[in-house]
Design a binder for this molecule. Sequence first.
Ligand SMILES: Cc1cc2nc3c(=O)[nH]c(=O)nc-3n(C[C@H](O)[C@H](O)[C@H](O)COP(=O)(O)OP(=O)(O)OC[C@H]3O[C@@H](n4cnc5c(N)ncnc54)[C@H](O)[C@@H]3O)c2cc1C
Ligand code: FES
Length: 252
Amino acid sequence: MLCKLAFKSELRQGLYNFIIDCPEMAKAAKPGQFVHVLCGGSAYLRRPISICDAVNDRFVRFIFEVRGKGTAELAKAQPEQLLDVLGPLGNGFEVPEELSGEAVLIGGGIGIFPLLMLAKKLPQKPLVMLGFRDKQSAVMIREFSNAAKEVFVASDDGSIGHKGFVTDMLKSKIASGAKIDKIYTCGPVPMMKIVADTAKENNIECMVSMEERMGCGVGACVTCTCTMTDGSRRRVCKDGPVFNGAEVDFDG
Ligand SMILES: Cc1cc2nc3c(=O)[nH]c(=O)nc-3n(C[C@H](O)[C@H](O)[C@H](O)COP(=O)(O)OP(=O)(O)OC[C@H]3O[C@@H](n4cnc5c(N)ncnc54)[C@H](O)[C@@H]3O)c2cc1C
Ligand code: FES
């Protein structure tokens, strides 16, 4: 689908905030789903990027970091330009009608973006835990604060928030006796593994959003599989990207 780039900004160096005008997609989008964007230029590749938000049944927002040739090409797009975007793709996070305790959202690095729409859609404001490399890479804390009951921040070097792993904050929240009903996480695999293990040890349901390199994005090429604890392989683009954390073999 061709969608007009309605707004573009740079949140920090190399991190782009795009808002595209695409009512059909905005109406259908669920938190945790992604778009597959044709990046143009000589790269001519589609790249998967999480939907960060859908606004007014008209606009879809996504945020991406320049990593390689595809995202570098995409970053050159200008407002009013038409982008070729497939979506919304993937299953997305399950949003319950009610919660029997807190929902905790844990994101690391570029994994924080799909959690914003989820925070807005949950039946009650969640606890949000965000992990960054350092203060320079920390973004969107104010936006998350508006959608959350409380936001906790951690950084590797301690230049903002807790010094250490974002998962430390989950462990101390559980140790403090908080009643947690569901955990949702997206970010680096080692982080999600700790989150899923902690959830399992404490009998808390945990949904993880996996990231794999993709080809087609729609289930046909089997480039994007991840291994499950029963040995089966599932397609991140079609069966995921969201899976039950207890069912994913993070070492597979
Ligand atoms: C479901 C899903 C949602 C995503 N959401 C976002 C998002 O919201 N914001 C965002 O910035 N990025 C997101 N990504 C990651 C994004 O798709 C990659 O950064 C992008 O495809 C890199 O393309 P490139 O051509 O710029 O880099 P390439 O030239 O293809 O690669 C550059 C470097 O990035 C690594 N890389 C590329 N793709 C991936 C990947 N999928 N997982 C791990 N490493 C990779 C390569 O190994 C290489 O080291 C998401 C990925 C998936 C699968
Ligand atoms: S990317 Fe082709 S099957 Fe997932």
